[in-house]
Design a protein around this ligand. Sequence first.
Ligand SMILES: [Fe+2]
Length: 346
Amino acid sequence: MSLSHIHIRTYENTCPSQTDKHSVIQDGNLSVTPVLQSEDSAFGAEVTGVDWSRPIPEETVAQLVALQNKYAVLIFRNTGLDNSRHIAFSQQLGEKLEINPFFYGRENDRLKEALLFDVGNIQLDGSLVERDSRRWHHSLGNALWHTDSSYHQQRSKYSILLSHGNPVKGGSWTHFADMRRAYADLPQEKKSELENLIVEHDLWHSRKLASPIVYGNPLPHELAAKPPAYHRLVQTAPDGRKTLYLAAHAKVILGYSFEESQKLIWELIDHCTQPKYVFSMEWLFGGDMVWWDNRQSMHRANPYTESMTARDVRRSTIIDDGPLAYGVTLEEKPAVGWKPQTMAAT
Ligand SMILES: [Fe+2]
């Protein structure tokens, strides 16, 4: 399978203007500037007023979680956080953080932290990731619309991406899509069709879509490390609205053929990533940080290119501990007509 059937849009910068103060909402000592607003929904917000120079008080954490539940993506500029304070704040948001599967000891890791994912493009020796290296090809999948770790049976709740160094202006973006509003706009007939569907998510499916030559046949230890996981397509977001849990990792809808599954999955991703549901955040300064909710948004990175500039972005991933964290159990699968042979479709 190639990318030829997938429509991937590019977008203009819709980050909030730094000079437009008309839409700023005061929330206690925090100032909140929403990014996308419609009559019944708000998505993305730039937040100022957090004192990142010291541990974040629990009442501020609760205030930020309430904002997060509403906006799904929060942007903070110039935080000045380092690795340890990035991790410490992340640990205030959930019991467990994901371990970076590519961490092979401090001496082999540029970040020297197992709880941070090195999702930039810089190698241990300071040079940029080489074209056609395995890391280059692995990263191409991050440019497809996805939600982090949907291929884990215990999925992730939040991701927090922090920039270090000085990004080149115009060189680095992350794009976000509002899955709650996209779901709300679907016709009722489509909502009924989707209501009880269960999706198999597989990291190697998205790697193969983005890089069919290198990841057409993942290595045995790669496959063993990341088996597929099963989650409901239609879920309830923290604010009580329904949302779609979808990603490029989505491979098969249980009870559907592989071809039928991919047709519906990419039809839905295309719907959810229309410009009216999407904004792009530009990385402006070292210390910029974006915190998003994987349960109610999708995102994508800019792909690696030969003209890319250095970007040093580091991600913590907070594991979900809520009622939908563990996805679909074995007992639930037969109820939707799941047959084991549909899994061998690729
Ligand atoms: Fe991601």
